[in-house]
Design a protein around this ligand. Structure first.
Ligand code: KG4
Ligand code: ZN
Length: 355
């Protein structure tokens, strides 16, 4: 079964074709990062307008790259939420129009479920196929979410924990801004941290004992306090406003200290949950899953427990439509279809919290 997936929940316009929920035939991603850089984050109106401009050419390019005709496409899927409502409606309505025009089944997909399914995708038939092993523990770490989810089977989730304030990716982006690094900040922090010493600044870790919840806003404030010491920024100036005077800022050590604080908490909580729920594998997905120290340290910690780590392929960690098509495939296989009345849901949850 070939599913055409569409993703427009934030600032990437993406269209993909995926066969049997596993093989990526095409995955075109038009990033708007350049457009939003001057705002230091995503500007919602700019994003939705750009999706309108990009979605048709991106879809054409995906069809070309996959080298399949319309007659080969079995279903159309699009992200329904969570995300920016003005961005979601562009992809969702484009998908519905395609489904009507081609008389194809349509399905709306949860963006977080998409991130999870990115872990079992392969980009080339030369790679060995991977089958999900349940129960799986999923750590979703993106710009908007940080969630620990127990996955019992396809489409069956229990939310174990979530962030109480900032998402991990949001913290990376805000700290990058404090250090004068461009948006999106994650890859820049990783690069700077590689040349820094994580022990120069011992930033606080919010352990929130006996829960699987996370908190990153205290860490962000602690970094800002250090930044102010070097840049002389006004005590009252807003955290995460870029400092003007960054010459004396020990960017490498600050980045390394911050990154290690985030990784320590993510690894410790994930390992604790993996043991407690006796899972068959751990899935790591979402934009922050591209972070090399996180991948390595989590793999190392799980190795000692003999639990395999299934990280999403690095190029499929950040938002893409292949993951949406993959998640859609499993739902379609179970006979699910969405009505064409389905609306964008900016706060669509993946699962109810436990307890
Ligand atoms: O999943 P994603 O593309 O969008 C959301 O659904 O939010 O995640 C984007 C986030 C951004 O915050 C970005 O800074 C972060 O992922 N990110 C990284 C890395 N690459 C992207 N964070 C840390 N290290 C990276 N290498
Ligand atoms: Zn995402």
């Amino acid at each position: 079964m070939i599913v055409l997936g569409i993703e427009t929940s934030c600032d990437e316009t993406s269209v993909a074709l995926v066969e049997d929920g596993r093989d990526v035939l095409a995955n075109i991603v038009a990033s708007q990062a350049e457009l939003h850089r001057r705002y230091g984050g995503v500007f919602p109106e700019v994003a939705s307008r750009q999706h309108v401009l990009s979605v048709v050419p991106v879809a054409r390019e995906a069809m070309q790259q996959a080298q399949v005709g319309w007659e080969a496409v079995d279903a159309v899927a699009a992200t329904r939420g969570p995300g920016l409502v003005g961005s979601l409606v562009v992809g969702l309505n484009f998908a519905k129009a395609l489904a009507i025009a081609r008389a194809l089944p349509f399905i709306g997909v949860n963006h977080l479920e998409g991130h999870i399914y990115s872990a079992w995708l392969r980009l080339s038939a030369d790679e060995p196929p991977v089958e999900p092993r349940f129960p799986a523990l999923v750590l979703i770490v993106s710009g908007g979410h940080t969630e620990l989810v127990l996955m019992h089977g396809h489409g069956q989730y229990t939310l174990l924990g979530h962030t109480l304030d900032d998402a991990a990716g949001e913290a990376f982006d805000k700290v990058a801004r404090m250090l004068g690094l461009p948006y999106p900040g994650g890859p820049h922090i990783q690069r700077m941290a590689a040349q820094g010493n994580p022990d120069v600044f011992r930033f606080p870790r919010a352990w929130l004992p006996d829960t699987y919840h996370f908190s990153f806003s205290g860490l962000k404030t602690a970094v800002w306090r250090e930044v102010k010491k070097y840049t002389g920024a006004e005590a009252s100036s807003r955290p995460h406003a870029p400092p003007t005077n960054t010459e004396d800022l020990p960017v490498h050590d600050l980045a390394a200290g911050f990154q290690q604080a985030v990784v320590d908490v993510l690894v410790a909580k994930t390992v604790r949950a993996a043991r407690a729920f006796n899972v068959q594998e751990v899935v790591l997905a979402g934009g922050v899953a591209a972070n090399r120290p996180l991948r390595e340290q989590l793999a190392g910690a799980l190795h000692t427990l003999d639990i395999p780590l299934r990280p999403a392929p690095p190029t499929l960690c950040t938002d893409n439509a292949a993951m949406i098509a993959a998640a859609a495939y499993w739902r379609l296989r179970q006979g699910e279809r969405s009505s064409l009345d389905v609306d964008a849901e900016p706060n669509l949850p993946l699962a109810a919290p436990v307890g």
